[in-house]
Ligand binder design. Structure first.
Ligand SMILES: [Zn+2]
Length: 145
């Protein structure tokens, strides 16, 4: 994706969970809750209305996969899908699994600082942990197929 700086600001290639036909699913490098993800269109569009119908159809499949896997691994209480594009003018969703209580995962206590309102401050999670988390999610998604 060399259309703009979307990947640099949101994530990086080592956090790629799955490549779909129209979207790439990444963990975000700035994490607010356990499993904070970025679902990015593979082509550059400026607004949601520019996204082709086929990609919207695929979105339904992706959210089913993501929620199936995250429900198994992390048991979120809710999901927030945000398409804001305030800083990055490239269509993407920020996906925040939401938790009413802390979760223990990869020997870390993950809190949802904003619950039950909007997501709160970023968590201090290092890159190695996010890569390990990416691998855990990839493994579970591959079991779906
Ligand atoms: Zn772009």
């Amino acid at each position: 994706m060399d259309c703009c700086n979307i990947l640099e600001t949101l994530t990086n290639q080592s956090l790629l969970v799955k490549e779909y036909k129209y979207w790439n699913l990444y963990l975000r490098s700035r994490t607010k809750t356990l499993g904070t993800s970025a679902l990015v269109t593979k082509q550059h569009y400026n607004t949601m209305s520019e996204i082709p119908q086929e990609a919207i159809t695929e979105l339904s499949q992706i959210t089913k996969e993501l929620e199936t896997v995250f429900n198994k691994l992390f048991k979120p209480d809710k999901y927030n899908y945000q398409m804001n594009m305030m800083k990055e003018n490239h269509t993407h969703f920020n996906i925040f699994p939401r938790y009413s209580s802390p979760r223990e995962y990869l020997n870390i206590t993950w809190t949802d600082n904003g619950w039950p309102a909007l997501v709160g401050d970023n968590l201090e999670i290092n890159q190695e942990v996010l890569i390990a988390l990416t691998e855990e999610i990839k493994k579970e998604i591959s079991h779906l197929e």
